[in-house]
Write a protein that binds this ligand. Structure first.
Ligand code: DLL
Length: 433
C-alpha cells in the first residue's frame, strides 16, 4: 500500500483536529481582514475572528453560496492582491455570470499535491503514463490533474477532451496506464474502441480516475468491465480548489476528504441545520489553507453522507459516500424527488439496457410527466416488437417502484442519446417553472 503523503493522510484524529483548528483560526482571520464582503457578513452577525475556540464554533458562522461568488464577480472575494494571483479558473453556470476562482503560487502547490495523493491512491507512480482527457482551459479538470500527474513524476499526455479516435490511438501507441476523464466520457471511449476493433486487452490501461459528475456503482461496474480496468471516483469543485478535494483509496468504499485542507459539515439543505454524523444532506466545506479565495462554510449543493469509521487502508481522513447528485440536478415530479443517479442504478441492473439515458420532464396541463429515454443494445433492438414492449414494461415497473412516481419509458435505438466528452447532460427539464 503506497501513500503520497503518509504523515498527513494517516494523521491521528487528535493531531488532525489540532492542525485543523490552527488553520481554521488563520482562515477566519484572513477573510475578516482581507475580504470586505466577509467582514460585513461577520459584523452583521456580531462575529469576530477570535470567536473560534473549537472546531464546533464554525457553526456560528454564516454560509457562503454560489450567489456570493456571483455578487462579487469577478475578483472581490479574493483575499490577496492580483499581483499574488497566478491562475484564474472559471466555471460556467447555466444562468448568469460564471463563477471565478483564483490561485496563488502556494494554492497551486497544494492543489498539485492533493492531486498527487489522488493519483497515487489509484496506483499511479513515476513509471505510469497518465492520459488527461478532462477538458483543459477554464474548467479545473484538465490542468488540475495535469499538475498532480507531473508532480508524481508520471509521463503526462495532455490530450484534453474530444477527438475520441485520437484518444484511443494515443492509448495504444503511448501505452497509457491511467485514464482520467468523466465517467460518461470513459464509456463513450469504450464504445468507440469497440467500433474501431480495439480490444482493452491490447492496451496497457490499468485504472481510471473518473469524476466531475455523479455516477452510480452500477456505472462503475459497466466502465470497469468494458475497459477492463479499476475505476476510482474523484470529487472536487472549482470554488473549493478543483479536483482532489476527495478521492477513493484502494478500498473504494467512500472518498477520503483531504481534511488537512478542508473542514466539512453536512447540513439539511432546507432548514440549513447541521446534521448528526452519518446522516445524508448537503456537503458544506470550509477551506483551511486557501490563500487567494478562502471560503467559509461554502454550500456545495452536493448531497452525500460522511463515514467517520476507520478505513482499512490506514488513512484517517473522513470518507464521503459517492455523491447522490446536486440539489439542483434533482427534479421534483409531483412532489417526489428524483435524481438521475437513482434512475441510472435501476437501469444498469436490467440486461440489454445500455448505460445511456436521459430524463425529460414536461408539464402537461398542471401535471408533471417524467419520460425516461433508454438506449437498448443492438441485439435487443432487433427483437420482435412484443419483446421490446415487454422490456419497456419491465423497466417501467422497476423504475416506478424505485422512484415512487409514474414514469413513461421510451426505448430508443442504440447510439441516439447524445454522447458527452465532458459532463453528461442527464436531465432536460422543459417545464417553464
Ligand atoms: O467538476 C472539478 C472536477 C474535475 C472534479 C475533474 C473531479 C474531476 P466544477 O466544474 O466546478 O468542478 O463542478 C463541480 O461537479 O459540485 C459536483 O456537483 C460535481 N462533481 C464533481 N466531482 C464529482 C463526483 C469539477 N466525483 C461539481 N461525483 C460538484 C459526483 C461530482 N459529482
Amino acid at each position: 500500500m503506497l501513500y503520497w503523503d503518509q504523515e498527513k493522510e494517516c494523521m491521528p484524529r487528535e493531531a488532525l483536529s489540532v492542525l485543523q483548528l490552527r488553520r481554521l483560526k488563520e482562515a477566519v482571520y484572513r477573510v475578516y481582514t482581507f475580504v470586505p464582503a466577509y467582514k460585513a457578513k461577520f459584523d452583521a452577525d456580531g462575529i469576530k475572528p477570535d470567536s473560534i475556540n473549537s472546531l464546533g464554533d464554525i457553526e456560528h458562522f454564516p454560509y457562503t453560496t454560489k450567489q456570493d461568488l456571483r455578487d462579487n464577480y469577478p475578483f472581490t472575494l479574493f483575499a490577496v492582491p492580483m499581483s499574488e494571483v497566478v491562475r484564474i479558473h472559471s466555471s460556467s453556470g447555466t444562468t448568469g455570470k460564471p463563477t471565478v476562482v483564483g490561485y496563488t503560487r502556494k494554492d497551486l502547490d497544494i492543489w498539485s499535491d492533493l492531486m498527487g495523493r489522488a493519483l497515487t491512491n489509484a496506483g499511479a507512480r513515476r513509471t505510469s503514463v497518465i492520459q488527461v482527457a478532462y477538458g483543459y482551459g477554464l474548467f479545473t479538470g484538465g490542468l488540475g490533474v495535469h499538475y498532480g500527474a507531473e508532480k508524481i513524476g508520471a509521463s503526462v499526455i495532455p490530450s484534453s477532451g474530444g477527438n475520441t479516435k485520437r484518444q484511443i490511438m494515443l492509448m495504444q501507441d503511448f501505452g497509457t496506464t491511467h485514464l482520467t476523464c468523466t465517467p460518461s466520457y470513459a464509456l463513450f471511449m469504450a464504445e468507440v474502441m469497440q467500433e474501431m476493433g480495439v480490444k482493452p486487452s491490447q492496451l496497457k490501461l490499468q485504472a481510471g480516475i473518473f469524476g466531475a459528475e455523479p455516477w452510480s456503482e452500477n456505472m462503475r461496474r459497466e466502465v470497469e468491465s468494458k475497459l477492463e480496468i479499476k475505476a476510482f471516483d474523484i470529487y472536487g469543485l472549482s470554488e473549493i480548489i478543483g479536483p482532489g478535494v476527495a478521492v477513493e483509496c484502494p478500498c473504494r468504499s467512500g472518498l477520503h476528504i483531504a481534511e488537512d485542507h478542508f473542514l466539512v459539515e453536512i447540513i439539511d439543505p432546507i432548514t440549513e441545520e447541521v446534521l448528526p454524523a452519518g446522516e445524508t444532506g448537503e456537503l458544506v466545506i470550509t477551506t483551511l489553507t486557501k490563500e487567494a479565495l478562502p471560503l467559509i462554510r461554502y454550500r456545495t449543493g452536493d448531497l452525500t453522507r460522511l463515514n467517520w469509521e476507520k478505513c482499512a487502508c490506514g488513512r484517517t481522513h473522513v470518507r464521503m459516500k459517492k455523491v447522490l447528485g446536486r440539489s439542483d440536478d434533482m427534479v421534483i415530479i409531483r412532489g417526489v424527488n428524483v435524481f438521475p443517479s437513482m434512475v441510472e442504478s435501476v437501469l444498469l441492473n436490467i440486461p440489454g439496457v445500455e448505460p445511456h439515458y436521459q430524463l425529460i420532464v414536461e408539464r402537461i396541463g398542471n401535471l408533471d410527466e417524467l419520460e425516461v429515454q433508454v438506449e437498448v443494445s443492438e441485439i435487443i433492438f432487433s427483437d420482435e416488437i412484443r419483446q421490446l414492449e415487454n422490456l419497456e414494461r419491465s423497466i417501467t415497473k422497476e423504475l416506478e417502484s424505485a422512484l415512487g412516481v409514474a414514469v413513461k419509458v421510451r426505448l430508443v435505438e442504440p447510439k441516439t442519446i447524445a454522447r458527452s466528452e465532458g459532463k453528461a447532460k442527464r436531465v432536460i427539464d422543459n417545464r417553464n417553472i
